[in-house]
Design a protein around this ligand. Structure first.
Ligand SMILES: [Fe+2]
Ligand SMILES: [Fe+2]
Length: 269
């Protein structure tokens, strides 16, 4: 039996471009009020016009109510973000993204309500670039965090559903939640695994959904049709904030995982 739910985390899917930033700034304070989460984790890899994050955006996301920022394959696109990764332990890049480089892939933070919470950011190695397999690094990183807390949140930034599910099963009972990011398409497979780890293959995207994963459809389609290079631009229509809420006992076992998908009119206000 798990402890009664005493801990709550909110995770927000890849924030894409200016519309995604605006949507988070508008919705996150309300989400914080509604759910009273102990921690909010936001994937910020696409905040800067779909590619990377700026230091100013990191600051704005913290001001809007994020507690930890995770990243992905786009996180090292902007050199000005290196200082942010180096200086702020709450800003992560996938632990196995590069062999050596700026920043860290994990952190243990003091969350609201007196909880210590570990957050780990990994990147997959199937159909996406990773310096090392996530399976090669994950056990050491998890062990290190679990010496400090049983509340462990894992952002598995990966393309292949199979690899995300495999990491979740590998960590079942050792992580409170393993959630997928990167595809920008939310999946309907949220569940709690036998050992108490909440899991979903992808929590979706916070940004314009009238698009091809955030980008204006026309140039993407043209490139598929003609094979010629095209300039990709962030789309603007059907902006949504997508993510999950996870509840757990103090023992770190999840008791609930629920998706949210909130349409936002970013043109108002
Ligand atoms: Fe992304
Ligand atoms: Fe990505």
């Amino acid at each position: 039996m798990s402890d009664p739910a005493v801990f709550r985390a909110v995770m927000i899917g890849d924030v894409f471009g200016a519309p995604g930033m605006r949507a988070v700034e508008m919705v996150l304070p309300r989400l914080r009020e509604q759910h009273s989460p102990n921690i909010v984790v936001v994937n910020a890899e696409n905040a800067a016009a779909g590619s990377g994050t700026t230091p100013k955006q990191a600051k704005a996301l913290f001001e809007a109510g994020a507690d930890v920022l995770t990243g992905g394959n786009h996180t090292l696109r902007r050199t000005e973000y290196v200082a942010t990764l180096e200086e702020d332990p709450r800003v992560l890049r996938p632990a196995n993204l590069v062999a050596r480089g700026a920043g860290s892939g994990s952190v243990v933070v003091d969350a609201r309500g007196g909880f210590r919470v570990g957050v780990l950011n990994l990147i997959g190695s199937v159909f996406i670039e990773a310096a090392q397999s996530p399976f090669a690094v994950v056990d050491d990183l998890i062990d290190r965090m679990r010496r400090e807390t049983h509340l462990v949140i894992v952002d598995m930034h990966a393309e292949a559903t199979s690899e995300k599910r495999a990491i979740a099963h590998h960590l079942d009972g050792r992580a409170t939640v393993v959630f997928g990011t990167h595809t920008h398409v939310p999946t309907a497979d949220e569940r709690i695994l036998a050992g108490g780890t909440a899991y979903i293959s992808d929590i979706g995207m916070t940004g314009p959904h009238d698009s091809i994963i955030g980008v204006k459809a026309e140039p993407v389609l043209r490139r598929f049709l003609t094979g010629l290079p095209a300039r990709f631009e962030p789309a603007t229509g059907d902006v949504r904030v997508q993510g999950i809420v996870v509840d757990a006992g103090a023992d770190g076992r999840a008791t609930r995982i629920e998706r949210f998908d909130i349409p936002v009119d970013v043109s108002v206000n």
